[in-house]
Design a protein around this ligand. Sequence first.
Ligand code: FPP
Length: 237
Amino acid sequence: MNLNQDTPRHIAIIMDGNGRWAKMRGKQRSEGHAAGMEALRATIRNAAEAGVKYLTVYAFSTENWGRPQEEVDALMELICKGVEMESDNLREGGIRVCVMGRKQLFSPKVLKAIESIEEKTREGEQMTLILALDYSSRSEITEAVRQIARKVQSGELTLEQIDQQLISDSLLTAGVPDPDLVIRTSGEYRLSNFLLWQASYAELYFSEVLWPDFDKAELQKALEAYALRERRYGLVK
Ligand code: FPP
């Protein structure tokens, strides 16, 4: 892939369609997630090669806890296996991994896996991979509001000091540039509680392919579509 000035610095992806991919093949949903993991591995490599600096993926939403226990267990197992198998590759590729989301509900085993991959890859400078795990944008914003209100209550902040930058800095993505491009696969046209504040000016791209089929050519198509977009941020060109 050619690196051009129109390469998005930050891509966020809603990896949708694993279940349908599995169903179409008469497989278990967990097999769809395993295939989705392969698509994620390839996309990490392809995005880094394209010059993307931040890749955020919606791997497990807070709402996903409500899925059948068997599927939740399979996803947790996949996180642990993925960490075990990929940590060294990611470190060697200069990929820094950060996990974004509530961490209280994960088992000690999953928490250990998360901490281990964050620690192992912390020096990575090629690209930052942000795994949204037990993530909910509305909860994130609610927590930021609480944090700010507490500071106002204690006198640490005045009302006048509350501005957009302060809100951005109070979110889990503090310090990370807003996504330039949000991709959702599987022909669904929703944000589903993902990066609602951060994606205010992101370009949205919807791919018809199911996530396990999202390959280098599909990423290339999204990048080409992005390069043709005119970003005006509410202004006149
Ligand atoms: C959405 O497809 C996908 C998920 C809820 C999980 C995404 C997980 C991966 C791509 C692989 C695992 C990666 C990590 C880091 C754990 P869906 O199940 O909603 O599909 P459907 O809409 O067709 O049912």
